[in-house]
Design a protein around this ligand. Structure first.
Ligand code: HAM
Length: 437
């Protein structure tokens, strides 16, 4: 029986894995530079947490959750996103006491049973950031800015992505809009797709998000939420636009941007990348001032955003951005014979204590084959040890890129790897025959 990875999941290895780790490391640096502290949340939670926060009639809850019963018949779900878990932790751990405006970030895998396609996976990775305790529009803009800043540091240019914003209104705007929207949409209800008809009674605004072509024709003829915003929401939108301009962040207003999660109130946004095709959002988020209270906490305003690492990686690759990923292997040990192997194992141990990564070959292949392997592994150096070297009390250090090698005393190996010339025993370049094993 041959096993294959589950549809919508994938193995990430070699250079892709290095790039992913690099992006995560850079993300940690950028988010902490804005005062965000890391929170590591569980991969699964009680299903109800997601149902209540994301919304019962959202696509995620209706169709996309990996839900299962544990041995005590409790319904649990793999997290489809991070905000719900962070809010649960914020309330459970009384984090509001720690800091008046607490900034947290998280990273890790999320799970959604979506139809897999380019840029859409059933297991994918996010970096998310949440800011609790401030309803100042400067915090909305700071959240947008930290993501834009991160993308810039990754190497994306302004032309590579575009920010779209909308204001989905506070509770009173939404109440007013609901009446207008429902009345206008009701006339055409029978022409909408089955999903829209079903959602309409529970959460009519979800219709705005429908991608079905026929539905879009009707949706585009109904009044917009922007026409129903209260003075305060209008003022906030204007402030956000002004602060974005101050930071020189280009944006486009999209009146149909409503987002697929129910917890948003006020500003919502998406950062899209034209080159990605249908799944073009690399990051998305918004303000959710009622969620902490709705989930049983105090009334704490909040705003946040999350980016998809796989999609970001795709942009990095398609834009040919050279990430400074470190070659994984510093030194490959090519040892010829049992005694040489023992010496190699010993030397490698010493180097590892100095944070030099080493791999020793135990398969007793020919020197040529071992050097080929070192090249394949992109090792920076190969240390060659054979009978001759053992007799002379030296090793050969081969710079794989320069294709030059020299004899080095074992005690000087560390210095020679660091590029300290004094460490070279004779500074002599050895032309060892590669064909001999
Ligand atoms: P979201 O829009 O559902 O928002 O996801 C955020 C990002 O995750 C998307 O823009 C996309 O890059 C990536 N993503 C989502 N689904 C997939 C998938 N199936 N495959 C690959 N990448 C995907 C949230 O998750 C909110 N929690 C964001 C937020 C944080 N709002 C407030 N705070």
């Amino acid at each position: 029986m041959k096993y294959f990875s589950v549809r919508g999941t994938r193995d990430i290895l070699n250079e892709e894995a290095l790039k992913l780790r690099y992006l995560e490391k850079l993300g940690r640096e950028v988010f902490s530079s804005y005062g965000h502290r890391e929170i590591v949340i569980p991969t699964f939670e009680r299903t109800e947490l997601f149902t209540r926060s994301i919304g019962e009639v959202s696509d995620i809850v209706e169709k996309e959750m990996y839900t299962f019963q544990d041995k005590k018949s409790r319904s649990l779900s793999l997290r489809p996103e991070g905000t719900a878990g962070v809010v649960r932790a914020y309330i459970e751990r009384n984090l509001y006491r720690e800091n008046a405006s607490l900034r947290l970030y998280y990273l890790g895998p999320m799970f959604r049973y979506e139809r897999p396609q380019a840029g859409r996976y059933r297991e994918f990775r996010q970096i998310g950031a949440e800011l609790f305790g401030s309803d100042n529009t400067r915090s909305d803009v700071e959240i947008i800015n930290v993501f834009v800043d991160f993308f810039g540091k990754v190497g994306l240019k302004e032309k590579n992505f575009k920010l779209y914003i909308n204001n989905v209104g506070c509770e009173s705007c939404r109440k007013k809009y609901k009446g207008i929207f429902t009345e206008s949409m009701q006339k055409n209800l029978s022409n909408l797709c089955v999903d829209c008809q079903r959602r309409f009674s529970k959460n009519p605004f979800r219709v705005l998000d429908c991608k079905n072509k026929q539905c879009r024709n009707y949706i585009e003829n109904v009044p917009l939420i922007s026409e129903c915003l209260c003075q305060d929401c209008k003022k906030k939108t204007e402030e956000i636009k002004e602060y974005l301009q101050d930071l020189d962040i280009k944006y486009k207003e999209d009146p149909y941007l409503v987002r697929g999660l129910d917890y948003y109130t006020g500003i919502v946004f998406e950062i899209k990348c034209g080159k990605l095709g249908a799944q073009d959002a690399i990051a998305a988020g918004g303000r959710y001032d009622n969620l902490v209270k709705d989930m049983g906490g105090h009334s704490v305003p909040a705003v946040g955003c999350a980016l998809g690492l796989e999609r970001l990686l795709e942009v990095v690759n398609s834009e040919k951005i050279d990430l400074p990923i470190k070659k994984e292997l510093d030194v490959y040990f090519a040892c010829l014979g049992e005694r040489a192997l023992a010496r190699g194992v010993d030397l490698a141990g010493g180097l590892r204590c100095n944070k030099v990564s080493c791999q020793v070959d135990y398969n007793e292949k020919s020197l040529k084959a071992q050097l080929k392997e070192a090249n394949r592994l992109q090792a920076k150096f190969t240390v060659i040890i054979g009978d001759e070297e053992l007799q002379k009390g030296v090793v050969i250090l081969r710079d794989m890129e320069k294709e030059k090698q020299k004899e080095v005393k074992p005690g000087d190996l560390m210095g020679a790897i660091r590029g300290d010339d004094k460490s070279t025993s004779q500074g002599r370049v050895e032309q060892r025959e590669l064909g001999n094993s």
